[in-house]
Ligand binder design. Structure first.
Ligand SMILES: C[S@@+](CC[C@H](N)C(=O)[O-])C[C@H]1O[C@@H](n2cnc3c(N)ncnc32)[C@H](O)[C@@H]1O
Length: 240
């Protein structure tokens, strides 16, 4: 079967997330049966944020990962949450305030980050990298803003689910998920874009190689429960 053409131009991506922002959290919980919470927790556990560290949560959306880093470190990391969709940031701000966390939000494009080089100890991107207009430019920017030996955690879906449930998962993501997504969000496109973009995303092995090509020296990954998603932990070299 021919693969659908996926348009990742920044203005399309920003517009799409702006339209579904009001239902984004509800659909995450519903469509993943709550697994998204478990996946984010696991990603942050593997990243192991340390007290005093400065973390950049990129493609922060409604702030779930930034808040998880904050909680995991008992509020002792200094986090920044960045995203380029105003509607997502506005919802994130409310959640961060409710949690009484101090995490500044920045409206920023991952492809041209407004941060100094070597200014973060760690970075997190959950379900964000797949949407970059240019994977390489985005990853280079993250590499640039990380300090020597800084760590990056990427949480993303896997194109071919690594599980005996794979046929059922494929059927669900191709047929049921887009319908429920369209019905609840009121947007026909966003929840069709999700399986289409995942289908064209590299395997965990290939993603690991690509991260190394951009300059990360060590990369390891773990496939998560249900085999639908994986976490990559990539480390910058120790050079100055
Ligand atoms: C699927 S959501 C993930 C949100 C959040 N990380 C989570 O775990 O729920 C993807 C987010 O990435 C953001 N995004 C996509 N491309 C971006 C870019 N180039 N720069 C900044 N944010 C971007 C979108 O605005 C959206 O909020």
């Amino acid at each position: 079967m021919e693969k659908a053409r996926v348009d990742k131009t920044s203005h399309r991506i920003r517009g799409m997330f702006g339209r579904v922002a009001h239902r984004y959290d509800l659909l995450n919980r519903l469509l993943s049966g709550g697994s998204d919470i478990v996946w984010r927790r696991k990603a942050i556990r593997l990243l192991s944020p340390r007290p005093g560290e400065r973390n950049l949560d990129l493609c922060s959306g409604t702030g779930d990962v930034a808040l998880e880093v904050f909680r995991r470190s008992s509020g002792e990391t200094r986090g920044v949450a960045a995203d380029f969709t105003f509607e997502m940031l506005a919802l994130g701000k409310r959640k961060i305030e409710r949690a009484r966390a101090s995490i500044p939000e920045v409206n920023a494009d991952a492809l041209a980050l407004p941060f100094q080089s070597a200014s973060f100890d760690s970075a997190t991107v959950a379900f964000g990298v797949r949407n970059f207009e240019s994977f390489e430019r985005g990853i280079r920017e993250i590499h640039r803003v990380l300090k020597p030996s800084g760590r990056l955690a990427i949480l993303e879906f896997i194109p071919e689910p690594d599980s005996i449930l794979a046929p059922g998962i494929r059927l669900y993501t191709r047929t049921v998920l887009p319908r429920i997504g369209a019905w609840i969000s009121g947007d026909d496109h966003a929840y069709q874009y999700l399986p289409d973009s995942v289908e064209q995303w590299p395997s965990p092995e290939l993603l690991g190689q690509k991260l190394k090509q951009v300059g990360f020296v060590t990369v390891r990954f773990e496939v998560l429960v249900l085999g639908m998603a994986a976490v990559h932990i990539a480390e910058r070299g120790g050079e100055r």
